[in-house]
Design a protein around this ligand. Structure first.
Ligand code: BGC
Length: 756
């Protein structure tokens, strides 16, 4: 017998040697964060841990809601910030760093990223999610997953699916029609699965159209594996399991945390009573073993400590890319290195709000405050500070306000740090409204009265109302939750040491009441109805021609860009078109900078309802002043397709499509019209198809004309006043009219000839 432990287990060999009891035990965790080992066969336990933007490995008392401490780890910006980079390569690098931290701590799987859609700004967990747009969310999350997994560590794509609120998150039923699921709520998951194969997918707590995600064979097997080709393991969200045996049959492989044997007993009883097949247990056990085997190489190598300084520097770079410069009137930014006094006002400058509460809460290796970083970055300017408010206080403190107003009055420029208190947004509950605390809004007015040169810096995990006070300030930097180096990144951006390059991944509406979910969020009596259907985020604001504070895709820098010479080429036509979009970007301003070219597709002639335009591609380019770059973006069939409910698949309908290229969803710089042939999508004819449908059908049109349209009886079909009404009558009912020239059996014959 060999004395050396093999690097990885042989999955099939182990599976064949396992007893039914051992297989069932493998499908349950052994504690809060570890899988169950099978010592007799050399199967180790592997550790999984939150996630997503830093490691939260608990060495002491365990919980999954952020209560107990964890080992120090780099806190990168949460997804709400990372998304504004529109940069999958950056996410790949952040992912690789996270993977290295996992390796150092012997963690096999990082529990993230979360790609749920930002349906309402009030979702308390929006800070952990990317976008209101599925393409952007999916592309960036895929970068992160590839980065982590390039280090031999797994990820957990979560929370699958339709978990778009925290109110009643454990039980609420999201009532969503299938087309909306397929076009809005599932594609980010689909993209990550098909392009990055995350080692695990975490099912969500909620129900979808009445069925718990943890027990939904349609979701976990038909869609995830059948349609998308998923090869990894499905794990429950922590405590998402109800009827364990139903979960195993549906494709929910691993229950976490440990159910202390309850799940195992149910599985064994169900197999013994013939309610669950042993093959289903084998399938899930194989997936757990495959996960262990994938994790083993990294776990058996000596643990290398990670480079704390390098990761902090990367967190700073990421936070810089995450911030979005929303407004910069009179070029108030960047701050000059010399000049009059700078008043830094607001407690957030000294006490950063840099991450959200709950299971993703990281114990950072260090923490940069913007106040310190600004003071250091402006050695030749006097920097004074006034806290102005206590972050969690609802009532203004008159003394603190008076001190802040005095500081503003005596300064040349004011940097005003505002944001959401931690208690406003967290895992586990939703926000009550979209506003900043009232005392902060009153503060902006007081400071703007004292000094016309005000720049507001915001720290929040999801959008806040900016109107009407944004008109009173000259500069506005949305810094999101910037992670542990967010403070230094803010100083880099305000002073121009770094160029603002972030673009909004979510629309900032003027009022919360403009949002599509009003009336349908967070639902009632256990049900939330996705009544707005496809019209999430900008899709809604565009459809309703609503003004917004800042549109999806918006973001300024300290330079300007021109977009020139748009060329759109149809490289392949038919059912699977391929279209290439090329445009030249020229840095027309004074500084080096980054432009993000965004491609939106509109389908004005569709026979089904379609959003006004949808993001279908994007690319970043970094340019020196005066420099140009030819940017190329490829669009595949999905850029033009919709989910056809009757066929149960995506289809490309032929016709004209408009390609819109620009710098934001409402800053389109050039458009081009293309014609695609699409696929043959003749609607099937039936006896109750309308006369119009028969007339529109290329093969049946001649027949229907001969039989009734050109018959004296049919005269009224084209009468200018009544024709439209008549043509809307199902053909079979025409057959019943007195004197009708066709019979029901004629129609049955015609259906047989032309119907399909
Ligand atoms: C959260 C997950 C998290 C898990 C483990 C759950 O409450 O919804 O996102 O990964 O706990 O902490």
């Amino acid at each position: 017998m060999s004395t050396t432990t093999p690097a990885t287990i042989d999955v099939e060999e182990v599976l064949a040697a396992l007893t039914l009891e051992e297989k069932a035990a493998l499908l349950d965790g052994s504690d809060f964060w570890n899988t169950t080992p099978i010592d007799r066969l050399g199967v180790p336990a592997v550790m999984v841990t939150d996630g997503p933007h830093g490691l939260r490995k608990q060495s002491g008392a365990a919980d999954h809601v952020g209560l107990n401490d964890s080992v120090p780890a780099t806190c990168f910006p949460p997804a709400a910030g990372l998304v504004s980079s529109w940069d999958p390569q950056l996410l790949h690098r952040v992912g690789a760093a996270l993977g290295d931290e996992c390796r150092a701590e012997r963690v096999a799987v990082l529990l993230g990223p979360g790609v749920n859609m930002k349906r309402s700004p009030l979702n308390g967990r929006n800070f952990e999610y990317f976008s209101e747009d599925p393409l952007l969310a999916g592309a960036l999350a895929a970068g992160l997953v590839q980065g982590v997994q390039s280090r031999g560590v797994g990820t957990s794509l979560k929370h699958f699916a339709a978990n778009n609120q925290e109110t009643d998150r454990m039980t609420v039923s999201a009532e969503v029609d299938e087309r909306t699921l397929r076009e809005v709520y599932l594609p980010a998951f689909e993209r990550v699965v098909t392009t990055a194969q995350p080692w695990t997918v975490m099912c969500s707590y909620n129900r979808i159209n009445g069925v718990y995600a943890s027990e939904d064979p349609w979701l976990l097997t038909d869609v995830l594996r059948g349609d998308w080709g998923y090869e990894g393991l499905v794990v429950s969200d922590w405590g998402a399991t109800n009827v364990r045996e139903a979960g195993v049959a549906a494709g929910m492989d691993l229950e976490m945390p440990s159910s202390s044997g309850a799940g195992t007993r149910r599985i064994l009883d169900a197999v013994r009573e013939g309610r669950l097949s042993e093959a289903d247990v084998d399938r899930a056990a194989r997936r757990v073993l495959e996960l262990v085997a994938k994790a083993q190489p990294a776990l058996t190598e000596p643990a290398e400590p990670f480079d704390v300084d390098a990761h902090h520097a990367l967190a700073r770079e990421a936070a810089t890319a995450a911030a979005v410069l929303l407004k910069n009137e009179d070029a108030i930014l960047p701050l000059a290195p010399t000049g009059g006094r700078v008043a830094v006002i607001g407690e957030f400058a000294r006490t950063p709000r840099y991450q959200g509460a709950g299971s993703s809460q990281v114990n950072p290796t260090r923490l940069d405050a913007a106040l310190d970083a600004l003071t250091a970055a402006l050695p030749d300017r006097e920097v004074v500070f006034a806290p102005a408010f206590a972050i969690e206080a609802e009532e203004a403190d008159p003394e603190l306000v008076a001190e802040a107003v005095a500081a503003a009055t005596s300064a040349e420029v004011v940097l005003l740090f505002l944001g959401l208190p931690a208690s406003y947004e967290s895992e586990g509950y939703d926000r009550a409204h979209m506003d900043l605390p009232a005392q902060q809004v009153a503060l902006v007015e007081a400071i703007a009265d004292a000094n016309p040169d005000v720049v507001v810096v915001l720290s929040n995990g999801s959008v806040v109302t900016l109107d009407p006070w944004r008109d009173r300030v000259k500069g506005l930097l949305e810094a999101w939750l910037g992670g542990q180096a967010g403070g230094a990144a803010i100083a880099d951006l305000l002073t121009g040491a770094a160029e603002p390059s972030g673009r909004l991944g979510e629309t900032i509406p003027v009022h919360h009441e403009d949002n599509p979910t009003v009336g349908n969020f967070p639902g009632e009596r256990g049900v939330v109805r996705y009544g707005e259907g496809l019209l999430i985020g900008y899709r809604w604001y565009d459809a309703h021609r609503l003004p917004v504070a800042y549109p999806f895709g918006h973001g300024l820098g300290y330079t300007t860009f021109a977009h020139e010479d748009l060329a759109v080429t149809v490289e392949a036509d038919g059912a699977a078109p391929r279209v290439v979009v090329e445009t030249t970007v020229r840095n027309s301003g004074p500084r080096a900078g980054t432009e993000t070219v965004q491609v939106y597709v509109a389908d004005p002639a569709a026979t089904v309802f379609r959003p006004e335009q949808e993001l279908r591609g994007f690319a970043r380019t970094v340019l020196e002043p005066g420099a140009t770059a030819r940017v190329r973006i490829e669009l595949d069939a999905r850029a033009f397709a919709y989910w056809d409910v009757s066929r149960g698949r995506f289809v490309v309908e032929g016709g004209a499509f408009e390609i819109r290229v620009g710098a934001s969803s409402r800053d389109i710089r050039a458009t081009a019209l293309i014609e695609l042939s699409g696929e043959d999508l003749l609607p099937p004819l039936a006896p109750d198809s309308t006369v119009q449908a028969w007339l529109d059908h290329p093969r049946a049109a001649g027949w229907i004309r001969d039989r009734i349209a050109d018959h004296p009886f049919g005269g009224m079909l084209f009468d200018p006043t009544h024709g439209e009404m008549m043509r809307a009558i199902p053909l079979v009912r025409i057959a019943r009219f007195p004197g009708s020239p066709i019979s029901e059996s004629d129609i049955d014959d015609a259906v047989a000839r032309f119907g399909a």
